[in-house]
Design a protein around this ligand. Structure first.
Ligand code: PBG
Length: 332
């Protein structure tokens, strides 16, 4: 070997040395646990495609949230399954909508837990799309549909206000309409919620890794797909434009979603904007490891910790993950 001898293994020789030079830390305090809430009492319905995750009624949700807080996970993000769906997703903004009831209960019962609300219409619309659908005849005479961006903004503003009034600590728009962060910010500011942070799903891709979530939230589109508003997986310059716009419109935290197939995007966003960055370790990323672990092909705990550490290493400050509770237990 040449001189001086560079031996990188020196600092790998003991657990103490490895810990001393470790660059990235994964901590439960950086995690957000996604939860699904539905009407009823005593409901704890397992989501088949996401083992260990449940649709919970509000009473069960409160218990779950208390446990999560007790484990040292600081935040949850709530998704609602409404009683009724209609073309405009009215339950997203009604005062007695499932999310509004749930937020009130959790804020009342679980002190100090940060309650984030996902803001989108797809769980609430009967067609399963994220906005107002317009049908029209295409050039060939066949019926086509499009999502009316600006009509959707007005509904998102109403839903954001309903969530704010219920006591949400942070609003997380996940719809990918243009101009929604500015619209939501304006609605909040105009109603006395100028201090309520907005966590934007800024670079949200049209991903097939959302498959299990659509069963969990009962929100698959009944026709078409989400490619007219969510991003093309092939693009990353465009992600920077999305993030820049959302920051200019007033986003406090920006998210990249999914996480694992988009680690390069997380890194570019962090390097460029030096702002708080979140990453959503989505349902498909969770379930594929669960499935492999169930077959004995992979070690769930070790692989999950490696994945989450890698998402932090790529530049994410905050990770939304279905493993949040498990990580807190594993690291206790
Ligand atoms: C939309 C929303 C989705 C997810 C979070 N918010 C689904 C979609 O855009 O189709 C997916 C999360 C996951 O897969 O874990 N409200």
């Amino acid at each position: 070997m040449g001189f001086p001898e560079i031996r990188l293994r020196r600092l790998r020789s003991t657990p103490g040395l490895r810990a001393l030079v470790r660059e990235t830390a994964l901590s439960p305090s950086d995690l957000v646990m996604p939860l699904f809430v539905r009407h009823g009492t005593g409901v704890r319905k397992e989501i088949k495609s996401m083992p260990g995750n449940f649709q919970l009624s509000v009473d069960e949700l409160v218990k779950e949230c208390a446990e999560i807080k007790g484990l040292g996970v600081p935040a949850v993000i709530l998704f609602g399954i409404p009683a009724r769906k209609d073309s405009e997703g009215s339950e997203a903004h009604s005062a007695d909508g499932i999310i509004q009831i749930a937020v009130k209960a959790v804020k009342r019962e679980v002190e100090g837990l940060i309650v984030i609300t996902d803001l989108c219409l797809c769980e609430y619309t009967d067609h399963g799309h994220c906005g107002v659908v317009r049908k029209h005849a295409g050039p060939s005479g066949r019926e086509e549909f499009s999502i009316d961006n600006d009509a959707t903004l007005a509904l998102l503003q109403k839903a954001a206000l309903a969530q704010a009034k219920a006591g949400a600590d942070m609003i997380a728009p996940s719809d990918m309409m243009d101009g929604r962060i500015g619209a939501v910010r304006k609605a909040l500011d105009g109603a006395g919620f100028a201090n309520l942070p907005v966590f934007s799903y800024a670079a949200k891709y049209a991903s097939s890794f959302y498959g299990p979530f659509r069963e969990a939230a009962e929100s698959p589109p009944s026709f078409g797909d989400r490619r007219s508003h969510q991003m093309d997986p092939a693009n990353s310059d465009e992600a920077l434009r999305e993030v820049r716009l959302d920051l200019e419109e007033g986003a406090d935290i920006v998210m990249v979603k999914p996480a694992l197939p988009y680690l390069d995007v997380i890194r570019r966003v962090k390097d460029r904007f030096h702002c708080p960055v979140g990453a959503y370790n989505v349902s498909g990323e969770f379930s594929m490891l669960k499935a492999a672990a169930a077959k004995g092909w992979l070690d769930e705990k070790m692989c999950a910790l490696e994945m989450l550490t890698s998402i932090r290493r790529a530049g994410a400050d905050i990770i939304l993950t279905y493993w949040a509770k498990d990580v807190a237990r594993w690291m206790a």
